[in-house]
Every structure is written in C-alpha cells, then in structure tokens.
Design a protein. Structure first.
Length: 304
C-alpha cells in the first residue's frame, strides 16, 4: 500500500486553475520532494492532502484512507508542519503538545512528548508560554505538534523558511532519523540545496501540473547543465566540439573552455578528440549540474 496516492486531482478558484489533474504515488518510507515556484499549486495540494480543502475532482488517500470520505483515519496517519506560525498564546509548550496529543486520543503521551522536545531542543522551553518564544522556537513547536501522534506520514511545508542554521540542522537530524525508522516524509522548500541533500525522489509542479517526476540521481543525469572545463596550454578546440562551448577565455596560461555535456559518457569521447587534435590539457574539471540547474531549466521550458 502506498503512503500517499493522488489521482487526477483538480482544484479551481474562480478563473484560476490551481491544480489541473495531478496524479502522484508516494511510497512508504520515501523522502519525497514537492517543488515548484510560488503559485505552482504546492500549498493547495498539501491542503487537500491534509483534508483542509476539498478537490473539485479526483481522490487522495493516506495509507488507503480517503482524505474526504475517511477523514478521521486519514488524519491520524498524517502530520503536517504548515508554513504559517499558528499557535495558541495561552499555553506553554508542554501544554500545547499535550492538547495536540488529546486531539488524537493520546492522553498519556508525555514520554514521547519529552523525546520530541529533546530532539528539537525544546526541553528548556517546556514551561514557557508560547507567546514568549522567538519565531524559530515557535516553528520548532509546530514541528513537534505535527509529530506528537507519531504519524507514519510527515508533510513539511517550507519548514525552515526564515529560521537559523542551528534549527535546520536540528530538524534535519531528527527528521532523517524518523525517515530511517520508516516514516514517509514529503518536503516542500525553496532551499533547493536542502531538497537535493534530503530527497531521493522529486516532483516539480508548474501552473498546477507535474512537469517532472523522477529520482534525484536520474534528474541530475538527464539535465543539460553539467560542464567539462578544460584548460589547454597548447593546441585549440576542434571545430566539431565548438557547438558545446558555453564559455571561453584566453590568458597567458592558455585557453580555457567550458563544454556542455548531457551524460558523463560523453567525457571520454571529448577528451579523445582533444588528444587527436594535439591539444595539451594541464587542468580539467567536471562540474556537475545540481538541483537548481534542473529547476531553472524545467521552469523555463516546462519539461525536460
């Protein structure tokens, strides 16, 4: 059984098509990235997954439970960390987490609450009123609230937006541990380096539709953004390779070229042709495309 099954989901707000037939399967235990520019439909899709809004068409299930028809069971399986800092100013951190536990029928949950607070460095703030916390500490509490009922599926909607490096490291250490223990994690973030480091598979949304869906490794292999940088002290680039040049410069040390490559297998052929032409290479660098290159190319062209 998949952790999240999204089938032909559509959502329209008057003239705006927020989601246009999105279908997606997220397997149990995945660390999955949901990426896209502002307005792509990410938050709408997460709101539908969380049962906060209803789709106009299509279905979403969490561990087989329909988020509309079987909301209570679907919600038990899910923990969501929202973008907004929403909190009740009348309770301490511990009281807030106890209340959240109560919503899920867990009245004696203090051992797990203590563990969550410890892992998010909230223990020394346990008896502090929520309104007295900094923005970063409030965000930690939001994460703790999402995890308080030990949900098998965790959705993180921009969890590190505007927070310090320490919180990011603390959060990712704990979330990585939960993922290793079998929890499914879905992440949306504008910090693409985080997504590249954490996610094994990625879907990219643009204008309410999925325009890319693959493993991180496969996306990076397919992108036309990797560069072979060669510095030559003698000879020059053969004419048949000049269509690959993305940058060239000449100095007292020779000629330097950046050549676009689509697959690493092309490197051997390029080097062989350079040797045949009499070029002498004294320095070479292979610069791999990263998730930002992928993201920009897909958002520009609409697809790979």
């Amino acid at each position: 059984m998949s952790a999240i099954q999204i089938t032909n989901v559509e959502k329209r707000y008057k003239s705006l098509q927020a989601l246009g037939g999105v279908s997606l399967t997220i397997e149990e235990g995945e660390f999955f990235g949901l990426l896209g520019p502002n307005g792509a439909g990410k938050t709408t899709l997460i709101s539908i997954i969380a049962g906060l809004i209803r789709p106009d068409a299509g279905t979403v299930t969490i561990h087989g439970h329909d988020v509309t028809g079987d909301f209570r069971e679907a919600r038990r399986k899910l923990g969501v960390v929202p973008q907004e800092l929403v909190f009740d100013p009348f309770f301490t951190v511990r009281e807030t987490l106890r209340l959240q536990s109560g919503y899920f029928g867990l009245p004696n949950n203090d051992p797990w609450i203590d563990e969550v607070m410890h892992n998010l460095d909230l223990t020394n703030k346990a008896d502090t009123n929520m309104r007295a916390l900094s923005g970063g500490m409030k965000r930690r509490v939001l994460v703790a609230q999402a995890l308080v009922h030990k949900p098998p599926v965790i959705v993180l909607d921009e969890p590190t937006a505007g927070v310090d490096v320490e919180l990011r490291q603390t959060l990712w250490k704990f979330i990585s541990r939960l993922n290793r223990e079998g929890h499914t994690v879905v992440l949306t973030t504008h910090y693409l380096e985080e997504a590249q480091a954490m996610c094994k598979r990625v879907a990219m949304l643009k204008s309410g539709k999925i325009v890319a869906l693959d493993s991180m490794a496969a996306l990076i292999r397919r992108i036309s953004g990797s560069q072979l940088i060669v510095n030559m002290t003698a000879g020059d680039l053969p004419d048949e390779l000049r269509h690959l040049v993305t940058h060239a410069e000449t100095s007292d040390h020779g000629r330097k070229y950046s050549l676009r490559i689509n697959e690493y297998a092309e490197v051997e052929g390029i080097l062989a042709r350079l040797r045949e032409s009499g070029a002498v290479i004294d320095e070479m660098q292979l610069q791999q495309a990263d998730l930002e290159d992928i993201f920009l190319q897909i958002m520009d062209k609409g697809t790979l």
